[in-house]
Every structure is written in structure tokens, then in C-alpha cells.
Design a binder for this molecule. Structure first.
Ligand code: APR
Length: 248
């Protein structure tokens, strides 16, 4: 509790907080993380299931993973206490932006507004030929007809609006994330193993520009040694207690 109290004091004193999230924040919504026990990459090789070159070579790998594994989980997933608490902190004027690696769209569903989705959003899709856009429910219907799903308009191949391995991040989103990380006075990284670049450089940018760095993660991360505070407790417990503290 002492560590959460300390973070609560920093949140109270700050007006320019960046919250950086990873898969661990959505774990309590029933969406598996990627690494560590029971993570997606434990069972599915990301070189095949989440790589742009493999997607072009044989898109059925991505789409069978999506249809059998990801879509059913996404359909059920709801924001948890961590997402809701983060949205409350933003509504209280405490947060500059939520920078997320997550592609599940749960921050938006929880009511967060200023969200930077570094790795895209898996609830949106587009045709590689004609750029027609599709929502999750529409793609699920197309997947009943064929796998990979074909564009209704031109029969082209449809892809998710996510950043696959081997692709660069959107430069505008990345540059905004770097600016917010440079300017914040408190950077809170939650539920991320902090091993995937360039996202994992943002906590370092914040620290190098004078921000206090807090890491909330069940497992240790490679950046724990430069953090001002490390809390190995679930994100929903920490953020909900911070909100309680501020609202009391
Ligand atoms: N609260 C806090 N931390 C948690 C919780 C929880 N409830 N549950 C799990 N964790 C932690 C784990 O300890 C783990 O270190 O969340 C971390 C999730 O790490 P990863 O699975 O590596 O997820 P992430 O860091 O978001 O991955 C980054 O890698 O595969 C790519 O594009 C994908 O965006 C993803 C990127």
C-alpha cells in the first residue's frame, strides 16, 4: 500500500501525466498477454502470425489465428477497472495522453479521449486493393464466406489496421507520443514487458527529460533499474486505489 500511496502523492501533485499501457492492462478483460506463461507467443509463432512479410506470403495464417483465437476474445472483452480508472483520471484533468501498445480498443470503450494507439486497432480493417474500410462485425461476416476474407467491393485482400512485425509505426502518432513523453512530469508504464521497440524507448525519453518514471507490472522489466518507482501489483488494483485516493 505504501508504494501506491507514494504514487498517489505524485499523481496528486502532477498536472501532466502520460500513461503508457501494454497487454497486461487488458489481461483482466480476458485478453491474453503476448509474453510470459500462457501468452499468445507461447503458442503462436509471431514470425508467422503477426509478420507483414508472412501476411503477404500466406495471409491464411493471420486470418485463421484471428478467426479462431482473437475474434472470440475481442467480442467478449469489456474494459476493466484499470481502463475505467485511467479514463476517470483523464476526466479529472490529470492525464495528458494515454499511449497504448494495445490494439483491443478498450481504452476508448472505457471513455478515454486522448489515446495514441501505437500499434493500431484490431477492430478496424481495410482492403489492400481499394482501401475500403471495414469494422470488426463486418469482417466477422466476411470470414464466414471465405478465409482470408475478401473485399465486398473488389474481392481484394483485407488486412487489419494494426502494425505487424516488420512494419514501421505511423510517424505522426509516434512523434506525438515522443512529444508527450518529453513534456510530461510523470510517466506511468503499466502492464508492459517493455521489450518491443520503438514503444519501449518512450519511458526512457520521459526519464531523460526529467519526468518521474513509475512502472506497474506483475513481472520485472528491463527498465526497472531506471525507474523512480516499481510496483509489482495488478494495474487495476493500483489505478483504482489512486482514483479512490484522489476522489476521497
Ligand atoms: N497488471 C499489471 N501487469 C500485468 C498484469 C496485470 N493484471 N497481467 C500481466 N501483466 C504484465 C506481465 O507481467 C507482462 O510483463 O504485463 C506484461 C505484458 O507483457 P507483453 O505480453 O510482452 O505485452 P506488451 O509489453 O504489451 O507487448 C508489446 O509486443 O507482441 C507485440 O505488438 C505486440 O503490442 C505488443 C507488444
Amino acid at each position: 500500500m505504501e508504494l501506491i500511496e507514494k504514487l498517489g502523492g505524485w499523481v496528486n501533485a502532477s498536472q501532466n501525466i502520460v500513461i503508457f499501457t501494454g497487454a497486461g492492462v487488458s489481461a483482466e478483460s480476458g485478453i491474453p498477454t503476448y509474453r510470459g506463461q500462457g501468452g499468445y507467443w507461447d503458442k503462436y509463432d509471431p514470425k508467422k502470425y503477426a509478420n507483414i512479410n508472412y501476411f503477404h506470403k500466406d495471409p491464411s495464417y493471420y486470418w485463421s489465428f484471428f478467426k479462431e483465437v482473437r475474434a472470440p476474445v475481442l467480442k467478449k472483452a469489456k474494459p476493466n477497472l484499470a481502463h475505467e480508472s485511467i479514463a476517470t483520471l483523464e476526466a479529472l484533468g490529470k492525464i495528458k495522453s494515454v499511449i497504448t501498445q494495445n490494439i483491443d480498443g478498450l481504452h476508448k470503450k472505457a471513455g478515454s479521449k486522448n489515446i495514441l494507439e501505437l500499434h493500431g486497432n484490431t477492430r478496424m480493417f481495410s482492403c489492400l486493393e481499394c482501401n475500403a474500410e471495414y469494422r470488426l462485425d463486418q469482417v466477422n461476416k466476411l470470414l464466414e464466406k471465405s478465409l482470408p476474407p475478401e473485399c465486398d467491393k473488389c474481392s481484394g485482400l483485407i488486412r487489419p489496421q494494426v502494425i505487424l512485425f516488420g512494419e514501421s509505426l505511423d510517424p505522426i502518432i509516434l512523434s506525438r507520443a515522443e512529444t508527450d513523453s518529453t513534456q510530461c512530469d510523470l510517466f506511468i508504464a503499466a502492464g508492459s514487458s517493455l521489450v518491443v521497440q520503438p514503444a519501449a524507448s518512450l519511458p526512457i525519453i520521459a526519464k531523460n527529460n526529467g519526468a518521474k518514471l513509475t512502472i506497474i507490472n506483475i513481472d520485472p522489466t528491463p527498465l526497472d533499474s531506471i525507474a523512480d518507482l516499481v510496483i509489482n501489483i495488478s494495474a487495476s488494483e493500483v489505478f483504482s486505489k489512486i482514483v479512490q485516493r484522489i476522489e476521497s
